[in-house]
Design a protein around this ligand. Structure first.
Ligand code: PLP
Length: 375
């Protein structure tokens, strides 16, 4: 009998409250019942994002909302700045090029965070939008969004933040910091299955939408807003996911946004301490509280490690991507987890390293993590 534990940076574990409603009989979305549900969910998302801006919801994985945040605000040939410090920052550049934009792609060393000064250097008058990540999931790096928003806010450009993995783990104050578009997804800190994504759109961003001529159809901000203003969606919404989201948003509200953030910080700190106590090196130089990237010890293969974890103990971590394949593993600490889940993850590392013949003091990782959790 194998019990499954999910520590992947999406999808994450879905709490029973949300699983329950997804099994309930389907109902039609063009109804007062759905509109009431949708209105409640949008309010909840606004609270998570700390924004009064419009929040538009799409039936798509997170990348759909990323694409929407390119296609709705720009015109062919417009200049944008993207930051390639990992797989997801790279995706902003790929999206920009797919839409024939003039992409100024900052190449930074994977594992490091882009600085506000670097962004500032690239912010010429021509730049229409700057695209960054709150958490770069492929490297476990958190970006200083607040400081970058300050820099971008003084320019004519808008700031677009992919907060899909960072949300509810790394702080993000959309309105207070002046972030124009925030992109979120369902299957990470929001604790529901993949398939729903959303954006918040500021006044400044709507100004760009008005003048944008890139092609778009399904992912149309204006259409989504027109329906959204009536608590509706232009096309069939992911009804089951919206239902599930009401449940997890209620859990988040019950726990308190600040408590969620504080817990995420504690869990990530415990994981980092646990890894270091085992003699492992952290990969990120600016640690996110959503996902921790850890270097594999010399001579041990990360791909084998991740496979062994899953096949032997039912524990799912993520491996490294592209150049980091086999070199790192990643433990997500987003959403539905507690102290004991954190200790389980660290213990699973010990079990697997032992089976691979890596030397360390048994229990050292769990002990260090537990010390952090005990406070
Ligand atoms: C998961 C993730 C996405 C979205 O990926 P999908 O597979 O489209 O859901 C985008 N950005 C970041 C930082 C992510 O972690």
């Amino acid at each position: 009998m194998k019990k499954e534990y999910l520590y992947s940076p999406g999808p994450t574990t879905v709490p029973p409250e949300a699983l329950g409603v997804m099994g309930a009989p389907m109902f039609h979305h063009r109804t007062a019942r759905f509109r009431a549900l949708f209105a409640e969910v949008v309010e909840g998302l606004k609270d998570v994002l700390q924004t009064k801006n419009d929040v538009l919801v799409f039936a798509a994985s997170g990348t759909g909302a990323m694409e929407a945040s390119v296609a709705n605000v720009l015109s062919p040939g417009d200049r944008i700045v993207t930051v390639n410090g990992g797989k997801f920052g790279e995706r902003w550049g790929q999206l920009g090029r797919a839409y024939r934009l003039d992409v100024d792609e900052l190449m930074i060393e994977w594992g490091t965070a882009v600085s506000p000064a670097q962004i500032k250097k690239h912010l010429t008058d021509k730049v229409k939008a700057v695209y960054i990540q709150l958490c770069e999931t492929s490297t476990g790096v958190a970006t200083d969004v607040k400081a970058i928003a300050e820099v971008v806010g003084k320019s004519g450009a808008i700031l677009v933040v992919d907060a899909i993995s960072g949300l509810l783990c790394d702080e993000l104050l959309t309105d207070a910091w002046g972030v124009d578009i925030v992109v979120g997804g369902s299957q990470k800190g929001l604790m529901i299955p993949p398939g729903a994504a959303f954006v918040s759109v500021s006044k400044k961003a709507w100004g760009l939408v008005e003048n944008s001529s890139l092609p778009r159809f399904y992912f149309d901000f204006k259409k989504a807003k027109k329906s959204g203003d009536k608590d509706d969606t232009p096309y069939t919404p992911a009804v089951s996911l919206v239902r599930a989201l009401r449940e997890t948003l209620a859990l988040i509200k019950g726990e308190g946004r600040d408590t969620m953030l504080a817990n995420a910080a504690r869990y990530a700190a415990a994981i980092r301490a646990g890894m270091q106590a085992l003699g492992l090196e952290l990969f990120s130089q600016a640690s996110s509280n959503a996902v921790t990237a850890v270097r594999m010890p010399e001579g041990a293969d990360g791909a084998e490690f991740v496979k062994k974890l899953r096949d032997t103990w039912g524990v799912t971590f993520a491996g490294g991507q592209e150049a980091l394949k086999g070199k790192i593993f990643r433990i997500a600490s987003m959403g539905y987890l507690n102290e004991f889940d954190v200790l389980t993850a660290v213990a699973a590392v010990e079990f697997t390293l032992r089976s691979m013949g890596v030397a360390f003091t048994s229990g050292a990782g769990v002990k260090a993590a537990q010390e952090v959790l005990l406070g």
